[in-house]
Design a protein around this ligand. Structure first.
Ligand code: NAP
Ligand code: ZN
Length: 353
């Protein structure tokens, strides 16, 4: 067993506080990782608030993990001590179902094992995530971070990045695709950067007038204020693909109206009921409403390499772990530009003090 320090919530809405835990002794195909950075996803806030009624406490969030290999089990072949590695939203799956065999482990029919608030497939224990100095993960679920990718900026790719990358790739987003991103937050800003890199014509649809300049600086070609009915109406039928990252229940109809013929609106943000959808809006223009869940291991590795080659980096606000509760409050107040990333050196320093 390996002792480790982590920030955990002991009950719903509870503050995140430091606590000691144990990671399992390395199994034959396990890797021990010293975590360098961990991104703060809005899903972490939902989980700590028990918004989805499925959180087991104590809960150690964190599924945007990067660091270095510190030890390996005897059968590990893909990683060695010192390697720069990453772990995303899941740490195990059955490995045998059609989804797993197709590299779509997130859809494992036996139930994917989430990086935190999941159930370890061997011991049945609650999994504990990356707001920690160490983590133990099966080697298959540990990705390589290319040398060209600065570790400081790599962590948001593991969830925010892959969640927007997957539906774009699966829907053939490329040169000339007329694409809109709804919500300029952690997921949304990666959506803009990646869509621009793929050659799309990108519009940001935001509730925040103050983000217009940022949207353009991130590479968007146009900005629409969703509260400005006139400019929304001027964009009817304008898009092939809309990525909706709004993190709560909302009305998708005003966005559906913006899809042209055979256009698709992909919901990635609201993991909860939506307002009723108007069938007429779907039927006109053969519009499609879809969803998408993170992405599989091969796609995540592809994304890490794509971003390394192009030096396409998330916009991060680095924080000490002691500021994580403020970061949660700011995220809920829509005050993040555009991803908080915890520098885990601050956890080691506070544990040593
Ligand atoms: P975030 O950084 O807080 O960004 C969300 C953005 O949505 C905000 O910046 C804001 O952009 C907009 N927004 C917030 N409240 C809104 C409201 N009431 N109405 C309209 N727009 C609103 O969050 P995130 O980390 O990107 O995560 C977004 C959601 O995706 C979360 O619910 C998370 O759980 C979910 N998620 C899903 C997956 C998946 O696999 N599908 C993976 C990761 C995360 P503007 O200021 O531009 O309006
Ligand atoms: Zn996430």
């Amino acid at each position: 067993m390996t002792a480790f320090t982590a920030y955990c919530a002991c009950d719903a809405h509870g503050p995140l506080l430091p606590k000691m835990f144990q990671r399992r002794a390395l199994r034959a195909d396990d890797v021990l990782i010293e975590i360098a950075y961990c991104g703060v996803c809005h899903s972490d806030v939902h989980q700590v608030n028990n918004d989805w009624n499925n959180t087991t406490f104590p809960c150690v969030p964190g599924h945007e993990i990067v660091g270095h290999v510190a030890a390996v089990g005897p059968e590990v072949t893909r990683h060695k001590v010192g390697d720069r590695v990453a772990v995303g939203c899941f740490v195990d799956s059955c490995g045998q179902c059609e989804s797993c065999l197709q590299g779509q482990e997130q859809h494992c029919t036996g139930g994917v094992t989430a990086t935190y608030n999941g159930k370890d497939r061997v011991s049945g224990e609650n999994t504990l995530g990356g707001y920690a100095d160490k983590i133990v993960v099966r080697e298959k679920f540990v990705l390589h971070v290319p040398d060209a990718l600065d570790l400081k900026y790599a962590s948001p790719l593991l969830c925010a990045g892959i969640t927007v990358w997957t539906p774009m790739r699966e829907n053939g987003v490329g040169k000339g695709t007329k694409l809109a991103v709804v919500g300029l937050g952690g997921l949304g800003h990666m959506g803009v950067k990646l869509a621009v890199a793929l050659g799309a014509e990108v519009t940001v649809i935001t509730t925040s007038p103050s983000k217009a300049d940022d949207a353009l600086a991130l590479g968007a070609h146009k900005v629409l204020l969703s509260t400005d009915r006139k400019s929304m109406m001027a964009s009817l039928n304008a898009f092939d693909f809309i990525l909706d990252t709004i993190p709560k229940r909302h009305d998708v109809n005003p966005y559906l109206m913006l899809l042209g013929r055979n256009g698709v609106l992909v919901v990635v943000g609201a993991i909860e009921p939506l307002e009723p959808v108007h069938g007429g809006l779907l039927i006109r223009n053969n519009r499609r409403l879809a969803g998408s869940l993170i992405g599989g291991l091969p796609a995540t590795q592809e994304l890490l390499c794509f971003c390394a080659e192009r030096q396409l980096l998330p916009q991060c606000e680095l924080i000490d772990i002691g500021s994580v509760n403020d970061a949660y409050a700011r995220m809920q107040a829509n005050d993040v530009k555009y991803r908080f990333v915890i520098d885990m050196a601050s956890l080691r320093e506070s544990a040593a003090a």
